[in-house]
Design a protein around this ligand. Sequence first.
Ligand SMILES: C[S@@+](CC[C@H](N)C(=O)[O-])C[C@H]1O[C@@H](n2cnc3c(N)ncnc32)[C@H](O)[C@@H]1O
Length: 247
Amino acid sequence: MRSIVGRTGGKTKIKKQIINLIPKHKTFVEPFVGGGAVFFGREEPSEVEVVNDRDPDIYHIYKDTQEIGNELSNADFTSYRDKFERLKKQKSFKSKKERLYRNLYLSINSFRADRRSYNEHKHKGRKSKPGKNFRESDYQGRLKGVKIFRQDYDKVMKKFDAPDTFFYLDPPYSRAIDNRDYEFNIIDIDELNKLLRGLKGKFLLSYDDTPQARKVFKGFKIRSIKTVYELGHGKKRELKELLISNY
Ligand SMILES: C[S@@+](CC[C@H](N)C(=O)[O-])C[C@H]1O[C@@H](n2cnc3c(N)ncnc32)[C@H](O)[C@@H]1O
Protein backbone atom coordinates (compact mmCIF):
# COMPACT_ATOMS: atom_id res chain seq x y z
CA MET A 1 0.00 0.00 0.00
CA ARG A 2 1.29 3.50 -0.80
CA SER A 3 1.75 6.14 1.91
CA ILE A 4 -1.21 8.41 2.67
CA VAL A 5 0.99 11.43 1.98
CA GLY A 6 4.62 11.92 1.03
CA ARG A 7 7.19 13.46 3.30
CA THR A 8 10.55 15.02 2.56
CA GLY A 9 13.09 12.27 3.00
CA GLY A 10 10.35 9.73 2.39
CA LYS A 11 11.56 6.22 1.82
CA THR A 12 9.35 5.31 -1.14
CA LYS A 13 12.28 4.54 -3.44
CA ILE A 14 14.20 2.30 -1.04
CA LYS A 15 11.37 0.89 1.03
CA LYS A 16 11.72 -2.61 -0.46
CA GLN A 17 15.37 -2.82 0.59
CA ILE A 18 14.42 -1.74 4.09
CA ILE A 19 11.40 -4.02 4.36
CA ASN A 20 13.52 -7.02 3.30
CA LEU A 21 15.76 -6.42 6.29
CA ILE A 22 12.96 -6.40 8.90
CA PRO A 23 13.47 -9.30 11.34
CA LYS A 24 10.75 -11.40 13.00
CA HIS A 25 8.98 -9.41 15.69
CA LYS A 26 5.70 -8.94 17.51
CA THR A 27 5.57 -5.16 17.88
CA PHE A 28 6.47 -2.80 15.05
CA VAL A 29 7.33 0.78 16.04
CA GLU A 30 8.10 3.78 13.80
CA PRO A 31 9.08 6.63 16.12
CA PHE A 32 9.61 9.12 13.21
CA VAL A 33 6.85 7.93 10.92
CA GLY A 34 6.40 10.92 8.53
CA GLY A 35 4.69 9.60 5.40
CA GLY A 36 5.25 6.05 6.62
CA ALA A 37 6.50 4.51 3.37
CA VAL A 38 7.88 1.55 5.32
CA PHE A 39 4.86 1.26 7.60
CA PHE A 40 2.42 1.07 4.67
CA GLY A 41 4.82 -0.75 2.36
CA ARG A 42 4.91 -3.97 4.42
CA GLU A 43 2.64 -6.67 3.08
CA GLU A 44 1.38 -7.96 6.41
CA PRO A 45 0.56 -5.89 9.50
CA SER A 46 2.44 -6.81 12.68
CA GLU A 47 0.63 -8.03 15.78
CA VAL A 48 1.08 -4.69 17.53
CA GLU A 49 1.79 -1.51 15.55
CA VAL A 50 2.88 1.89 16.81
CA VAL A 51 3.49 5.09 14.84
CA ASN A 52 4.69 8.41 16.20
CA ASP A 53 5.53 11.87 14.87
CA ARG A 54 6.12 15.16 16.69
CA ASP A 55 4.55 17.13 13.86
CA PRO A 56 0.91 17.85 14.80
CA ASP A 57 -0.37 17.83 11.20
CA ILE A 58 1.22 14.45 10.54
CA TYR A 59 -0.13 13.10 13.82
CA HIS A 60 -3.63 14.33 12.99
CA ILE A 61 -3.51 12.86 9.49
CA TYR A 62 -3.00 9.41 11.03
CA LYS A 63 -5.41 9.91 13.91
CA ASP A 64 -8.24 11.43 11.85
CA THR A 65 -7.82 8.91 9.05
CA GLN A 66 -8.09 6.13 11.61
CA GLU A 67 -11.33 7.58 12.99
CA ILE A 68 -13.15 9.04 9.98
CA GLY A 69 -10.90 8.61 6.90
CA ASN A 70 -13.57 6.93 4.78
CA GLU A 71 -15.81 10.00 5.09
CA LEU A 72 -13.46 11.62 2.57
CA SER A 73 -13.85 8.96 -0.08
CA ASN A 74 -15.57 11.47 -2.41
CA ALA A 75 -13.43 14.48 -1.54
CA ASP A 76 -12.24 16.81 -4.27
CA PHE A 77 -8.60 17.87 -3.91
CA THR A 78 -8.35 19.88 -7.14
CA SER A 79 -5.57 22.37 -6.72
CA TYR A 80 -6.19 26.15 -6.49
CA ARG A 81 -3.64 28.60 -5.17
CA ASP A 82 -6.10 30.78 -3.21
CA LYS A 83 -7.68 27.75 -1.56
CA PHE A 84 -4.23 26.41 -0.67
CA GLU A 85 -3.20 29.70 0.95
CA ARG A 86 -6.51 29.96 2.83
CA LEU A 87 -6.27 26.41 4.20
CA LYS A 88 -2.64 26.95 5.15
CA LYS A 89 -3.72 29.72 7.52
CA GLN A 90 -6.55 27.71 9.05
CA LYS A 91 -5.59 26.48 12.51
CA SER A 92 -8.95 25.67 14.13
CA PHE A 93 -11.55 23.22 12.87
CA LYS A 94 -15.20 22.47 13.40
CA SER A 95 -14.71 18.75 12.91
CA LYS A 96 -12.12 16.03 12.37
CA LYS A 97 -13.33 15.77 8.79
CA GLU A 98 -12.56 19.44 8.18
CA ARG A 99 -9.11 19.09 9.76
CA LEU A 100 -8.25 15.96 7.80
CA TYR A 101 -9.40 17.54 4.55
CA ARG A 102 -7.18 20.57 5.17
CA ASN A 103 -4.09 18.51 6.05
CA LEU A 104 -4.53 16.23 3.04
CA TYR A 105 -5.26 19.12 0.66
CA LEU A 106 -2.06 20.89 1.68
CA SER A 107 -0.01 17.68 1.49
CA ILE A 108 -1.38 16.63 -1.88
CA ASN A 109 -0.86 20.05 -3.48
CA SER A 110 2.56 21.05 -2.15
CA PHE A 111 6.17 20.37 -3.08
CA ARG A 112 7.36 17.17 -1.45
CA ALA A 113 4.12 17.23 0.59
CA ASP A 114 5.64 19.88 2.86
CA ARG A 115 2.20 21.54 3.25
CA ARG A 116 3.84 24.98 2.86
CA SER A 117 4.85 25.54 -0.76
CA TYR A 118 2.04 25.47 -3.31
CA ASN A 119 2.87 23.31 -6.32
CA GLU A 120 0.61 24.26 -9.19
CA HIS A 121 2.37 21.88 -11.59
CA LYS A 122 2.14 18.79 -9.45
CA HIS A 123 -0.90 17.30 -11.17
CA LYS A 124 -0.49 18.77 -14.66
CA GLY A 125 -0.41 16.15 -17.36
CA ARG A 126 -1.60 13.39 -15.06
CA LYS A 127 -4.72 11.50 -15.91
CA SER A 128 -5.88 10.89 -12.37
CA LYS A 129 -7.31 13.62 -10.18
CA PRO A 130 -5.38 14.77 -7.09
CA GLY A 131 -6.10 12.61 -4.07
CA LYS A 132 -7.06 9.49 -6.02
CA ASN A 133 -4.81 7.35 -3.86
CA PHE A 134 -6.47 8.52 -0.65
CA ARG A 135 -10.00 8.22 -2.00
CA GLU A 136 -9.53 4.72 -3.30
CA SER A 137 -7.52 3.09 -0.51
CA ASP A 138 -8.94 1.86 2.76
CA TYR A 139 -6.51 3.69 5.01
CA GLN A 140 -9.08 3.80 7.79
CA GLY A 141 -9.20 0.00 7.75
CA ARG A 142 -5.40 -0.29 7.60
CA LEU A 143 -4.98 1.96 10.64
CA LYS A 144 -7.52 0.07 12.76
CA GLY A 145 -5.93 -0.79 16.09
CA VAL A 146 -2.68 1.06 15.32
CA LYS A 147 -1.39 3.07 18.29
CA ILE A 148 -0.70 6.63 17.20
CA PHE A 149 1.39 9.12 19.20
CA ARG A 150 2.71 12.65 18.97
CA GLN A 151 5.63 12.50 21.38
CA ASP A 152 9.38 12.78 21.32
CA TYR A 153 10.76 9.61 19.76
CA ASP A 154 12.58 8.54 22.91
CA LYS A 155 9.39 8.41 25.01
CA VAL A 156 7.63 6.08 22.60
CA MET A 157 10.73 3.92 22.23
CA LYS A 158 11.12 3.48 25.96
CA LYS A 159 7.42 2.68 26.34
CA PHE A 160 7.42 -0.13 23.76
CA ASP A 161 10.93 -1.52 24.10
CA ALA A 162 10.91 -5.32 24.59
CA PRO A 163 12.85 -8.29 23.18
CA ASP A 164 10.18 -8.88 20.51
CA THR A 165 9.89 -5.24 19.42
CA PHE A 166 11.30 -3.97 16.14
CA PHE A 167 11.96 -0.24 15.60
CA TYR A 168 12.41 1.30 12.19
CA LEU A 169 13.91 4.75 12.70
CA ASP A 170 14.05 7.44 10.05
CA PRO A 171 14.97 10.62 11.91
CA PRO A 172 15.65 13.97 10.24
CA TYR A 173 19.19 13.66 8.91
CA SER A 174 22.04 15.99 9.71
CA ARG A 175 21.26 18.07 6.59
CA ALA A 176 17.61 18.58 7.68
CA ILE A 177 18.90 20.96 10.31
CA ASP A 178 20.10 23.34 7.59
CA ASN A 179 17.27 23.02 5.12
CA ARG A 180 14.44 23.32 7.67
CA ASP A 181 12.52 20.48 6.13
CA TYR A 182 10.57 19.69 9.25
CA GLU A 183 9.17 21.77 12.01
CA PHE A 184 10.90 19.44 14.48
CA ASN A 185 14.24 18.66 13.05
CA ILE A 186 17.01 18.66 15.56
CA ILE A 187 18.01 15.22 16.65
CA ASP A 188 21.04 14.80 18.85
CA ILE A 189 22.64 11.68 17.43
CA ASP A 190 24.67 11.06 20.58
CA GLU A 191 21.42 10.91 22.56
CA LEU A 192 19.89 8.65 19.94
CA ASN A 193 22.96 6.42 20.00
CA LYS A 194 22.80 6.12 23.79
CA LEU A 195 19.20 5.01 23.59
CA LEU A 196 19.94 2.49 20.81
CA ARG A 197 22.83 0.92 22.73
CA GLY A 198 20.52 0.10 25.62
CA LEU A 199 17.58 -1.36 23.65
CA LYS A 200 16.15 -4.79 24.40
CA GLY A 201 14.48 -4.89 20.98
CA LYS A 202 15.92 -4.80 17.48
CA PHE A 203 16.30 -1.65 15.41
CA LEU A 204 17.08 -0.52 11.90
CA LEU A 205 18.09 3.13 11.51
CA SER A 206 18.32 5.16 8.30
CA TYR A 207 20.83 7.97 8.41
CA ASP A 208 22.92 10.01 6.02
CA ASP A 209 26.42 8.79 5.35
CA THR A 210 28.63 11.20 7.25
CA PRO A 211 31.96 10.58 8.98
CA GLN A 212 30.30 11.62 12.25
CA ALA A 213 27.50 9.04 11.88
CA ARG A 214 30.00 6.27 11.03
CA LYS A 215 31.96 7.16 14.14
CA VAL A 216 29.01 7.46 16.54
CA PHE A 217 27.33 4.23 15.40
CA LYS A 218 30.56 2.20 15.19
CA GLY A 219 30.08 -1.37 16.41
CA PHE A 220 26.55 -1.72 15.00
CA LYS A 221 26.07 -3.40 11.64
CA ILE A 222 26.37 -0.65 8.98
CA ARG A 223 25.20 -1.07 5.39
CA SER A 224 25.67 1.61 2.74
CA ILE A 225 23.00 2.13 0.07
CA LYS A 226 22.35 4.60 -2.74
CA THR A 227 19.14 6.58 -3.09
CA VAL A 228 17.77 9.40 -5.21
CA TYR A 229 16.05 12.43 -3.68
CA GLU A 230 13.61 14.65 -5.49
CA LEU A 231 14.60 18.24 -4.88
CA GLY A 232 11.48 19.69 -6.53
CA HIS A 233 11.12 21.32 -9.98
CA GLY A 234 12.17 18.00 -11.54
CA LYS A 235 15.63 18.11 -9.96
CA LYS A 236 17.11 14.98 -8.42
CA ARG A 237 20.18 14.20 -6.41
CA GLU A 238 21.81 10.85 -5.76
CA LEU A 239 22.95 10.34 -2.19
CA LYS A 240 24.55 7.64 -0.09
CA GLU A 241 22.75 6.59 3.06
CA LEU A 242 23.42 4.22 5.88
CA LEU A 243 21.25 1.44 7.23
CA ILE A 244 22.39 0.79 10.77
CA SER A 245 21.13 -2.13 12.86
CA ASN A 246 21.80 -4.15 16.01
CA TYR A 247 21.14 -7.52 14.36
C1 LIG B 1 12.62 11.81 7.57
S1 LIG B 1 10.98 12.07 8.15
C2 LIG B 1 10.38 10.47 8.05
C3 LIG B 1 10.12 10.06 6.63
C4 LIG B 1 9.33 8.78 6.53
N1 LIG B 1 10.12 7.64 6.87
C5 LIG B 1 8.66 8.59 5.19
O1 LIG B 1 8.87 7.57 4.57
O2 LIG B 1 7.96 9.51 4.76
C6 LIG B 1 11.24 12.41 9.84
C7 LIG B 1 10.02 12.70 10.67
O3 LIG B 1 10.42 12.82 12.04
C8 LIG B 1 9.60 13.78 12.68
N2 LIG B 1 10.32 14.23 13.90
C9 LIG B 1 11.31 15.14 13.98
N3 LIG B 1 11.78 15.24 15.24
C10 LIG B 1 11.08 14.34 15.97
C11 LIG B 1 11.14 13.94 17.34
N4 LIG B 1 11.98 14.51 18.21
N5 LIG B 1 10.31 12.95 17.77
C12 LIG B 1 9.43 12.39 16.89
N6 LIG B 1 9.33 12.74 15.58
C13 LIG B 1 10.16 13.69 15.12
C14 LIG B 1 9.36 14.85 11.63
O4 LIG B 1 8.18 15.57 11.88
C15 LIG B 1 9.30 14.00 10.34
O5 LIG B 1 7.98 13.71 9.97
